[in-house]
Design a protein around this ligand. Structure first.
Ligand SMILES: Nc1ncnc2c1ncn2[C@@H]1O[C@H](COP(=O)(O)OP(=O)(O)OP(=O)(O)O)[C@@H](O)[C@H]1O
Length: 456
């Protein structure tokens, strides 16, 4: 056998060292460390694999109706391209799901998908949030802060509710997308960004262009690959499959025994118009799932929940809510030179009680949120006697929600309420305390607007 001569400097074979009693404890320690290292490597590899696992795939868009099949066909087609995608549809129809799925099916899947929910970030913060520090200011030590466009470099930027983007930022976005260049602070240098844009809207952007509220060039740039995501009422035949998947998911997430739907309950669901679309269906099923102990949900189980949801839907179609769907954000004047185009949207502060109340109703539905809504809403002018922040804190006898996602949401809400209480409502300080960006805090407050209101 042709054995390679051992280098005189290489360590002595392990067996010879191990035989030496003086190094035995060291060898044992080394073996332990090696085992720990291997274990950590395995865990790291698993975590990386899990992180890379897409949140949604195109197949997760449940439905076999012709409309649902067409959406999935278009999603597969646009995933092959690098052109901007525009997802148009009512709230809760699955636009975010599709954005994630298209990214996951694209050649950028291994790169980041960065989401900005435009409607949830105040206009005054949006510029920096998207583009990073302004190129007009002198470079500073803290300029390592990157805007979301830069964070999405190589991957995909998902702009949820692009219709809420102020006009000045529309121009800036268009410029960056066309030139693939972002000027850096100081204005002397720029950096290249390679980002694919997916945008979603529940508003009629073509109508906004006609009214001068949305730039025509950005609209046409986005309209290269448009996908219309149909409302649930146009694909009633998908409800059965959706119910099956959603009930299975609720049971799995909650670690609970599975439940099914009786024939009368299915018929009742198919008769409904679903203004909140699949999200509303999911919330309704979650409440029904948690409310009863029977393994089969009946029409009688669903009837009171559907009646309560109808009250909410009617409130949503009221005049203020309708204005928010098709019109502009409630705007307040900004002082001249404040850096934005004369308007800033404040999620809760600065709005009248009526507007804030409407925002509560039209805001995103969260699991179990309908149960928390009063059936007869308080009159807007009636002052609240309850400190919303205090009331958000955990009470001794508050029943913990059963599902993991609802429990996580409750803990998050409590942490934010606590931070706001400790900082006396100062959002900048609260965000710092929570170690999140201001924009993230505003995004979360859009989900729980009552936390952002001061009782004093
Ligand atoms: N076709 C579908 N199949 C399975 N789940 C769906 C489908 N459509 C929507 N969902 C589920 O419904 C919920 C709402 O969907 P999603 O957030 O994607 O809607 P959206 O259109 O982005 O809403 P919004 O405009 O309010 O942001 C999510 O839990 C999503 O997983």
């Amino acid at each position: 056998m042709n054995e390679k001569p051992r280098d005189s400097d290489s360590p002595a074979p392990r067996s010879r060292l191990a035989a030496d009693p003086s190094v035995e404890p060291l060898m044992d320690r080394l073996a332990c460390l090696q085992a720990e290292l291997d274990d950590t490597r395995r865990q790291l590899a698993l975590a990386q694999r899990l992180q890379r696992r897409p949140e949604h795939r195109i197949i997760d868009f449940v439905g076999s109706s012709p409309l649902a099949q067409e959406v999935k066909r278009q999603a597969r087609r646009v995933a092959q391209s690098d052109a901007p995608v525009l997802l148009m549809g009512e709230p809760g129809t699955g636009k975010s799901l599709l954005a994630h799925a298209i990214h996951a099916a694209s050649r950028r899947a291994a790169q980041p998908l960065v989401t900005v929910r435009v409607s949830a970030v105040p206009a005054a913060l949006l510029d920096e949030e998207l583009f990073g520090p302004s190129p007009d200011r002198a470079p500073r030590a803290d300029d390592s802060f990157a805007g979301r466009l830069q964070l999405a470099d190589g991957g995909t930027l998902f702009l949820d509710e692009i219709g809420d983007l102020p006009l000045a930022l529309q121009a800036k976005l268009l410029h960056v997308l066309r030139s693939q260049e972002m000027p850096m602070p100081g204005g002397w240098t720029s950096r290249t960004v390679n980002v694919r844009l997916i945008a979603s809207t529940r508003r009629d952007l073509a109508d906004m262009v006609r009214r001068g509220c949305f730039r025509a060039d950005l609209y046409y740039g986005l309209h290269v690959l448009p996908i219309r995501v149909p409302p649930l009422r146009e694909r009633i035949e998908d409800i059965e499959a959706l119910v099956e998947v959603l009930l299975e998911d609720l049971a799995r997430r909650g670690g609970l025994p599975p439940k099914s739907l009786g024939a009368s309950a299915l018929a009742a669901l198919q008769r409904r118009r679903w203004p909140g679309n699949v999200r509303e269906l999911r919330d309704l099923l979650e409440q029904a799932f948690l409310a009863g102990s029977s393994p089969v949900l009946t029409a009688a189980d669903l009837a009171p929940l559907m009646a309560a949801a109808t009250v909410v839907a009617d409130a949503r179609s009221g005049p203020t809510a309708a204005a928010m769907e098709v019109g502009e954000r409630p705007a307040v004047a900004m002082p001249a030179g404040s850096g934005n185009v004369g308007e800033a949207w404040l999620p809760t502060q600065g709005r009248s009680g009526a507007e804030a109340g409407a925002a509560l109703r039209v805001g995103p539905w969260t699991p179990g949120s309908m149960a928390a809504l009063p059936l007869s809403p308080r009159r807007p002018e009636e002052p609240s006697r309850v400190d919303p922040v205090q009331s958000a804190l955990p009470s001794e006898d508050a029943a913990a929600p059963a599902t993991l996602s609802a429990r996580k949401a409750q803990l998050e809400r409590e942490a934010i309420a606590n931070a706001l209480r400790r900082t006396k409502g100062n959002r900048v300080a609260a965000a710092r305390l929570l170690a999140i960006s201001r924009a993230t805090l505003y995004e979360k407050l859009a989900r729980w607007p009552e936390l952002g209101r001061r009782s004093d």
